[in-house]
Write a protein that binds this ligand. Structure first.
Ligand code: UDP
Ligand code: MG
Length: 220
């Protein structure tokens, strides 16, 4: 990865990044799946990457990640940024000769879901990897999010979909992650979307923001 005071590793004109932010249970993953289908983006969920690293045999971070996730705390950014950077690099390499719109020859488009969750992550990621073009922010009440997470907890098997962890995650979101959204708002690149609405309505709203910036590539 690039060292301090140097340019980001990737050119933002070639490597297009959209941050997808919102509280736990606000619908980020659900909406990202639709965007993958319709806009040719690759979905990188920071939480999923961390959970995969946690269970990877031989990982030196497994136990630490497990502890942070259960407590709803933010894993040290070097780990998360390293995982995101490697996932981006792998996707660019495996699509090097792709003729899909937005891909091939060092080009790619990425939805980064659930990251950055802390200001230092935002600054470090944009300085060393690539700056984002757009942020989708799903706002949602804790009441709605709690209901969704408890329902998901019945089948998700996630160590943090229980009431104790959920309360900690809500707190981390308000105290640590909302400052990231506020910082991005000052740049005027945040599309604010009401995440309490039905999935289709939320997606319609997201598409308006995406269409203003990117070309929809499928007809579904
Ligand atoms: N996490 C983290 N850094 C990140 C993203 C996630 O440390 O940049 C950890 C954090 O403990 C968080 C957990 O992973 O509570 C689950 O994140 P995920 O995005 O899967 O939760 P969601 O918001 O989708 O419910
Ligand atoms: Mg998620």
């Amino acid at each position: 990865m690039s060292s301090q005071n140097s340019a980001p590793e990737y050119d933002a004109k070639k490597v297009v990044v959209v941050f997808v932010l919102g509280g736990p249970g606000s619908g980020k993953g659900t909406q990202c799946a639709r965007l993958v289908r319709d806009y040719g983006f690759l979905h990188l969920s920071a939480g999923d990457l961390l959970r995969a690293e946690q269970t990877r045999p031989g990982s030196q971070y497994g136990a630490m990640i497990a502890e942070y996730i259960k407590d709803g705390k933010i894993v040290p950014m070097e780990v998360t940024i390293g995982l995101l950077r490697n996932a981006i690099q792998e996707a660019l390499e495996s699509n090097a000769t792709s003729d899909k719109e937005g891909w091939g020859n060092g080009h790619g488009r990425f939805l980064i879901d659930g990251f950055p969750r802390k200001l230092d992550q935002l600054f470090k990621f944009e300085e060393t990897v690539v700056p984002a073009q757009l942020t989708l922010f799903l706002y949602c009440t804790e009441e709605v999010m709690l209901k969704r997470l408890l329902l998901r907890g019945e089948t998700s098997g996630r160590a943090d979909d229980n009431i104790e962890s959920i309360k900690k995650r809500f707190r981390t979101f308000v105290e640590t992650s909302m400052p990231v959204v506020d910082c991005l708002r000052k740049r005027d690149v945040v599309a604010e979307v009401d995440g309490t609405k039905p999935v289709d309505d939320v997606y319609d709203h997201i598409c308006q923001a995406m269409n203003a910036k990117f070309h929809q590539i499928s007809t579904s």
